[in-house]
Design a binder for this molecule. Sequence first.
Ligand code: R5P
Length: 292
Amino acid sequence: MQPLFFTIESDPGLAKNLSQQLGAEIGKLNMRQFPDGESYLRVDTDCRNRSVIIFCNLFQPDDKLLKLIFLASTLRELGAKKIGLITPYLAYMRQDKRFQPGECISSRPFAKLLSEQLDWLVTLDPHLHRYHSLDEIYSLQSRVCHAAPKIAEWIKNTIQKPLLIGPDSESEQWVSHVASLADAPFQVLSKIRRGDYDVEVSLPEVERWQNHTPVLVDDIISSGRTMQETVTHLKSSVPQTAVCIGVHGLFSDEAYSQLSMQAEVITCNSIPHLSNQIDICSTLSDAAREFI
Ligand code: R5P
C-alpha cells in the first residue's frame, strides 16, 4: 500500500517532488487557527495500518513544533502503522552544550519531544559537532544524509579551479568530504565566536592559490558573519570573487543582502531561498525510502 504523505507549513514545491519520488498518496489535513489563536487539526484521510510520512521542515521551529506533535499523536491514535518525519533542516542542534551557567541545552528536550511521537526521522547534515550521532539524543530510528555529493557535483560543473575553504573547525567534516569528491584542495580556518553577530576568523593562506576561486563551504549560514569575515580576508588577498556555499541558508535579518554584495552565495534547497541552486530532494527521498 502507498505511504501517506502530510505536509506541515513547508515548501510546497519540495513537498510535491518528495511525495512523487516516494510514490506517496497526499493525505488530507484540515488545519486552522481558532479565534483565540490555538490550533485546530483534523486528519481527513483514513490512516489505519498505513505508513505515514510527515514533511515538516523545522527551521523557525517553534511555531511548527506543536502542530507536528498534534499531527503525529493524532495519526497514532487513529491507527497509523509507522510515522516518520522528513525535515531537511534539524533545528536546535547547535545548542549542544551549556555555554553559560543555567542555559537550556535545547537540543535535548527537542530531541526527546520528537522521539516520543515519531518512529523515524530523515534529515540532511544536522549540526553534529559535540554530538557524533543523532543517537546520542534521539531515541527513534534516524538517517542522516549528506549534501556533499550534490555540492561537489555543482562545484565540478561550475568552477574551474576551486580552492575550498572551511571557515571553522566544525566545517572540516563538510569541506573535507566535498573536497575529496570534487578533487579540489581545501583548507580549514579557525574561528572565535564572541556573540551571535561577533566572530573572528583566522587568515586563509592563499599565496600559492592565486589563480584559484575561493569556495567557502559551511553547513549553516545564519547571521552570515562567519562567511562575511572570511570573505573580507579573501578580498584583500585573492583577485577572484569568492563563492559561499551553505547547506542550509537560514539568513537572519540582512545576512543575505550583505553577503551577496561581496560574494556569490549558493545554497541547497533544504530551506527555500532565492540562493537555492543545489537540489537535495532525491538525497532525502532515497533515505526515506528505507523506512517505508
Ligand atoms: C557553526 O559552527 C556553524 O558551522 C556555522 O559556521 C555557523 O552556524 C554560521 O553562523 P553565522 O552565519 O551566524 O556566522
